[in-house]
Design a protein around this ligand. Structure first.
Ligand code: FAD
Length: 440
């Protein structure tokens, strides 16, 4: 969505193709607890431009309170979202910007080169649509599919994948008695991650928890749930008496249809078991019900393109700056264990780090750029850069690069980086060197 809006703002005739019936990516499909990745560990803003404009729009439209404290202390702030309103506001925003929309249009093939070394060949994305199979033609394309589907169809190279983080299915519970839920938290603070100090929950409309290990153990031992989990994330909306739960998981290759079919079955069963567990064991949830589930299995990690540069684990840990920076990350390295009951790696990232344009461009292939969790990155690096705030910043950069390329006839790999960076800065993007914005 950020790539499409950035491309349109920069003067390109833009079309967004989406396989599902609505726009907004995982925030909408997965009912994410919140969007995160907005500041580095010191509290300096690392995302500007269009994603911040999105926050303002969501606030104005009643779809978010804006950035609120992360009670767990894992990161500085987080952006709770009312998912159903979010879907409406995003599609209206795309339309306002003049982006042509095509939902229910999975890209099933890619052919051609696009703008390539001085020639203007057509690049086609072939989609299944409600009107049949259509080939859409463009000079430049952004692959923001998460799974690098367009790069795969164009037969580009990928980093070898020996293991990936688990897939999950998020769900939302209704009719939660938050006063009772918080009384339990206050009585059992040791069972919750509260690195920011014990939060003052009083009068708050949003709070989030990471814990409940003691109850999860009891639920597993009592046979209520078949999944042995040491902790879960619970993001609460007090006024609507809701809670979004991140606890299910399954080890799957997200590019394998058989694995994903099995994941759908296993994860929905887990959801049902956890609802039973909440009703029987978690104070405040005695009369809860399953009010929503993610519209499909949620993927944390799959294909990573082989780029002209690769964001390494060390780049992220050391807060590296790049000369061809176009976006900035700073979320902790956050890796869920596919086989175990907890995380297999959470590491704070001491300062922000740059995302280089080179990590978004393929070593070879058509005039295609990656944005989001399919960029060229080592696994731990991606475990930080996959957070939605950073993905949206990459989206703005990719859409701007695609527009400059389409309008100038220069392939994205040959764009003048200074010109691209200047355009991004003019449009509010933050990157390149330690961020000078004041900490919050
Ligand atoms: C269970 C779970 C919980 C998470 N929790 C959080 C959280 O709390 N906060 C946070 O910030 N991040 C969270 N993340 C991480 C975050 O959601 C993702 O890493 C991020 O959304 C990736 O962004 P993206 O733009 O690359 O892909 P996505 O957000 O997945 O967007 C990809 C879009 O492309 C569409 N698409 C895919 N293939 C095709 C195709 N072939 N043709 C057309 N359209 C296609 C998809 O339908 C989707 O709309 C979570 C992830 C998961 C799985």
């Amino acid at each position: 969505m950020m790539a499409a809006i950035a491309a349109a703002r920069n003067g390109a005739s833009t079309l967004i193709l989406e396989r599902s019936g609505f726009f907004g990516g995982n925030i909408a499909t997965q009912l994410l607890e919140h969007s995160a990745g907005w500041q580095d560990a010191a509290g300096h803003p690392i995302v500007g431009g269009l994603p911040l404009e999105m926050i303002d729009r969501l606030k104005a439209g009643g779809a978010s309170p804006g950035l609120v404290d992360d009670d767990t202390g894992y990161t500085r702030t987080r952006l709770p979202v009312e998912h159903e309103l979010f879907k409406s506001l995003i599609v209206e925003w795309l339309d306002e910007e003049g982006v042509a929309i095509m939902p229910q249009a999975p890209v099933v093939a890619v052919s051609g080169a696009g703008v390539a070394s001085g020639t203007e060949a057509a690049l086609h994305a072939i989609c299944e649509t409600r009107s049949g199979r259509i080939a859409f033609c463009a000079k430049a394309m952004v692959d923001a599919t998460g799974d690098a589907d367009l790069f795969a169809k164009a037969r580009c190279d990928f980093h070898p994948t020996s293991a990936t983080q688990p897939v999950s299915m998020m769900f939302k519970l209704g009719n939660v008695d938050h006063a009772a839920a918080l009384a339990y938290v206050r009585a059992n603070p040791g069972d919750f991650k509260m690195d920011a100090g014990q939060p003052g929950f009083e009068g708050r409309h949003y709070y989030n928890l990471w814990g409940y290990g003691a109850l999860l153990r009891r639920g597993f031992e009592a046979g209520l749930v078949s999944l042995d989990r040491k902790e879960m994330h619970v993001a609460c909306h007090v006024l609507t008496r809701e809670a979004v739960i991140n606890v299910t998981r399954y080890a799957a290759d997200a590019t394998d249809a058989g694995d994903m079919a099995r994941a759908e079955l296993v994860l929905r069963r887990q959801v049902r078991e956890f609802v039973r567990f909440f009703r029987k064991m978690v104070p405040g949830y005695e009369n809860t019900f399953l009010s929503a589930t993610a519209s499909c299995v949620g993927v944390r990690e799959s294909r990573r393109i082989k780029g002209r540069a690769t964001l390494t684990d060390d780049d992220v840990r050391s807060g590296r700056d790049f000369a061809d920076a176009v976006a900035r990350g700073g979320f902790p390295i956050d890796s869920h264990d596919a086989k175990g009951n907890s995380m297999d790696g959470t590491e704070p990232v001491p300062s922000g780090y740059d995302i280089p344009l080179g990590a978004m461009l393929p070593v070879n292939g058509p005039n295609l750029i990656a944005a989001g969790r399919c960029i060229s990155a080592e696994r731990r690096a991606l475990a930080s850069a996959r957070i939605t705030g950073t993905c949206m910043a990459m989206g703005q950069a990719a859409g701007t690069a695609a527009a400059l390329s389409a309008l100038s006839g220069i392939p994205m790999v040959d764009l003048d980086i200074t010109q691209l960076q200047q355009r991004l800065r003019e449009q509010g993007a933050l990157f390149g060197g330690k961020t000078r914005e004041p900490a919050i």
